[in-house]
Design a protein around this ligand. Structure first.
Ligand code: HEC
Length: 240
């Protein structure tokens, strides 16, 4: 009985979380989730391409430098070449050239820093992907949500809370040219840049997991030793 109560108490938050209707976000297959999770370098490089060539015209990644990319598996020569192609110092944070005052004037909002975005929003990468692919000009859909028309300067977006976003649709078919020849569809770019944003939000993700595995192995060995010594001791006590 007691055990059941404890088990239930432990399970409750999990169950409660599972039922928090987030049906609106179509869950994607991410390379950083699941059994064979890890950072996919090709994907990250494509995401970096979108982030620097598209998003950075408005958004900063203030917690990220080119040197940090070495933690994602890029070599020093690679990150040097990447920084050079952007005319940036290896240790300089990835900052947009758009001044906050100019952004405010043009868009009515200052684009938020994207380094921690995947952690700051419920749904993380699924949410970012949904926002990037969620723009619509369907008049019926817009009228349904805004009978008096969209607020001035806003764009309709299915995933953004309130559905009126100040960000113009940033991704158009072929907005970038991928070095690996992958066709730059809106879907592909959204997926790649959302993966990149996951990395900027938690570059330590797999370092932490590896640590977790070591702790588990340590605990398993410790448990085995405890069990063996218990057996040895009881053997004497019982006089077998
Ligand atoms: C032309 C400028 C511009 C570009 C380019 C741009 N954004 Fe934005 N973005 C904005 C503005 C302005 C906002 C603030 C929107 C609001 O709060 O209504 C914003 C907001 C966001 C948000 C926050 C949504 C939220 O929940 O608050 C995300 C995520 C985002 N942008 C991602 C991106 C990504 C990824 C790219 C590159 C593919 C990108 N943006 C390119 C201007 C831009």
């Amino acid at each position: 009985m007691k055990f059941l109560l404890i088990a239930l108490t432990l399970l409750l938050p999990v169950l409660a979380h599972a039922s928090e209707g987030e049906a609106a976000l179509p869950a994607q297959n991410w390379s950083f989730n699941g059994l064979r999770a890890g950072w996919n370098k090709a994907e990250l490089y494509r995401g970096y391409t979108v982030a620097t060539q598209v998003c950075m015209s408005c958004h900063s990644f203030k917690y990220i430098t080119h040197r940090d990319l070495m933690r994602a598996g890029f070599t020093e020569a690679e990150v040097k070449a990447m920084a050079k192609s952007m005319n940036m110092d290896l240790n300089a944070p990835l900052l947009t050239g758009l001044a906050p005052a100019d952004a405010q004037e043009t868009y009515g909002k200052v684009p938020p820093d994207l380094s921690m975005m995947n952690k700051a929003r419920e749904g993380g990468a699924d949410y970012v992907h949904a926002v990037l692919t969620g723009f619509s000009e369907d008049p019926a859909l817009i009228k349904e949500h805004f009978p008096d028309g969209l607020p001035a300067g806003a764009y309709f977006n299915k995933a953004f809370p309130g559905h009126a976003i100040a960000m113009p649709p940033p991704l158009q078919e072929g907005a970038v040219t991928y070095a690996d020849g992958t066709p730059a569809t809106v879907e592909q770019m959204a997926h790649d840049v959302a993966t990149f944003l996951q990395w900027t939000a938690e570059p330590e993700r797999f370092e932490r997991q590896r640590m977790g595995v070591f702790v588990l192995i340590y605990l398993a060995i410790f448990t085995l030793l405890a069990y063996l010594s218990k057996r040895a001791i009881w053997k004497d006590v019982k006089g077998h």
